[in-house]
Design a protein around this ligand. Structure first.
Ligand code: UN1
Length: 513
């Protein structure tokens, strides 16, 4: 795969044939098993990464805890300056990193660039935030007393990220954690370890250039057992985990068992409601991008379209026509819309979903297929499919990480569509397409969408970093990136100061000696 400039990108990012998968920034070490990363684009080996042993992990933890002591006393705006420099390096390496994301994960090059742009955006956001880590002041009930709250750095933050956003989700966490004065230990998905190596190299450059202690940015690699090193470690006060609901439930229990904090961003089963007042053209663009973008492997991907029966056929025909235009192939070729799934296991899950929807009485209107032949040798390319289904089907209630879109029909009022939308266990993203103000506001009201994200006349995916990102129910309840998501990376302290010569007690209690 030299034609798309992958070799050059790997060189720019300091990726080698065999990479040490354990890093404290300046020191890279490892001697564990080797993960081989094969590209879903062409099935070629991209590189190998040595995994982290428990002994290595202890070295990482020592470096992280000692780095934390120095980092937390550096003024937050100075930490912001380091994050600014990190954002600058990302700008310089945007094309190379975007290309690697596309090659290792399989999303289109445009989406790979978009993912790096999210990293840059969160850095800019964090730089500004580094001067705004403010608490409230409140009035004391006692005379001559002052009360306020302040936010202090928390400690070592463990980040577990998924293959589908192999670089951006790490940056959402690190950029905020760093300005908050925390240090990070990152375990990327074992399906995209090379992206982890590339990011760690970029971060290490910045920390080295600024003579900062090793251990502010740490990397560990391996499967869930390596993840357990951090989730079960009392020295890690916060675990931020992105991935499946199944994984999140395990992580939540491990972290809760030691009373740690967890920030969970798990599965979604996102729907777009299409009302009789929808703009059909906008609906088609939003729905198609939402369903087939990243080959349906975003946690925000559109999985269900809930369409009013009066416009059902019109929408169905428009979407079916749009699917005919889709070009599936090498995601580094900008003429293609849809790249491969991450691996052949994902292909099996896609095939199972299509079998199940038929079994349950669904009607496939855009046939799926696993593609083979020239350009499809990796065995990971599939055709985006559409099925007419019913909301109660088990497969419709389930999140399948693949480009399978279910069309559901509703009748009567928008409330009926909202009921269907809320009928699933997950609660990440949701959208309504309508030009009717009443419908839009009902969808956004307290009895409307139960998701963490609710959009009007926008699809379910592609959220901006400035908002808090995350969802309810089985999505895990966490919020990452924008708004006040930074607060979870800090510990809050309430301070009361008495500047009198008396010691009055609160609640009017008398205690005379
Ligand atoms: C994810 O799929 O885990 O909203 C994150 C979006 C992206 C992030 C998705 N900004 O689609």
């Amino acid at each position: 795969m030299t034609d798309f400039g992958i070799d050059k990108a790997l060189k720019t990012l300091g990726v080698k044939a065999i990479n040490k998968g354990t890093s404290t920034g300046l020191n890279n070490f490892s001697n564990g098993n080797v993960i081989e990363s094969f590209s879903p684009v062409d099935g070629q080996l991209i590189g190998k990464v040595e995994t982290t042993t428990h002994a290595d992990y202890e070295k990482v933890m020592d470096a992280a805890t000692s780095a934390f002591k120095a980092w937390r006393i550096m003024p937050a705006p100075q930490r912001g300056e380091i994050v600014r420099q990190f954002g600058e390096k990302l700008r310089e390496k945007k094309e190379a990193l975007g290309k690697l994301v596309s090659y290792e994960m399989g999303k289109s090059y445009q989406e790979g660039l978009g993912e790096v742009q999210e990293m840059i955006d969160i850095c800019d956001f964090a730089v500004g935030l580094s001067r705004q880590l403010h608490g409230l002041t409140m009035h004391s009930e006692r005379p001559g007393h002052r009360m306020y709250e302040q936010y202090h750095s928390l400690g070592v933050v463990g980040i577990i990220s998924a293959f589908n956003f192999p670089v951006a989700v790490w940056a959402w966490n690190t950029a905020l954690a760093w300005i908050c004065g925390d240090v990070c230990i990152w375990k990327p998905s074992e399906k995209t370890p090379i992206c982890g190596i590339a990011c760690q190299n970029i971060a290490a450059e910045v920390f080295t250039e600024n003579n900062l202690p090793e251990g502010i940015s740490c990397l560990i690699n391996g499967d869930y057992k390596v993840g357990e090193f951090v989730t079960k470690d009392v020295r890690v006060p916060l675990i931020s985990a992105t991935g499946s609901t199944r994984m999140g439930k395990i992580v939540a229990q491990e972290v809760a068992a030691r009373l740690g904090k967890s920030l969970l961003e798990l599965g979604g089963n996102n729907a777009i409601i299409v009302t009789p007042d929808a703009d059909i053209k906008m609906t088609v663009i939003g729905a198609v991008f939402g369903a087939v973008g990243t080959a349906g492997q975003r946690c925000t991907s559109t999985r269900r379209l809930i369409i009013h029966d009066s416009i059902y056929n019109q929408v169905k025909n428009a979407i079916t026509d749009a699917y005919k235009q889709l070009r599936i192939g090498n995601p580094l070729d900008e003429n293609n819309h849809v790249g491969p799934l991450i691996d052949t296991d994902a292909v099996k899950m896609y095939e199972t979903a299509l079998e199940k929807v038929i079994e349950e009485g669904g009607n496939i209107i855009v046939e799926g297929a696993v593609l083979s032949g020239e350009g499809y040798e990796s065995g990971c390319y599939v055709k985006p499919a559409i099925a007419e289904a019913k909301s109660h089907f088990k497969i419709v209630q389930h999140e399948t990480f693949a480009p399978v879109l279910y069309l559901l029909k509703y009748t009567g009022d928008v409330e009926n569509a909202i009921d269907i939308q809320n009928e699933v266990a997950q609660g990440l993203s949701s959208a309504i397409m309508t030009n009717n103000l009443r419908e839009a506001e009902r969808f956004l009201s307290v009895s409307g969408s139960d998701c963490g994200i609710a959009n009007v006349n926008i699809g379910t995916s592609g959220a901006e970093i400035g908002g808090a990102f995350g969802g309810e129910k089985e999505t895990g309840g966490g919020r990452e990136s924008g708004s006040d998501a930074w607060k979870v990376y800090m510990r809050r302290q309430t301070n009361t100061i008495n500047y009198t010569t008396e010691l009055p007690l609160a609640q009017g209690i008398k205690f005379d000696l």
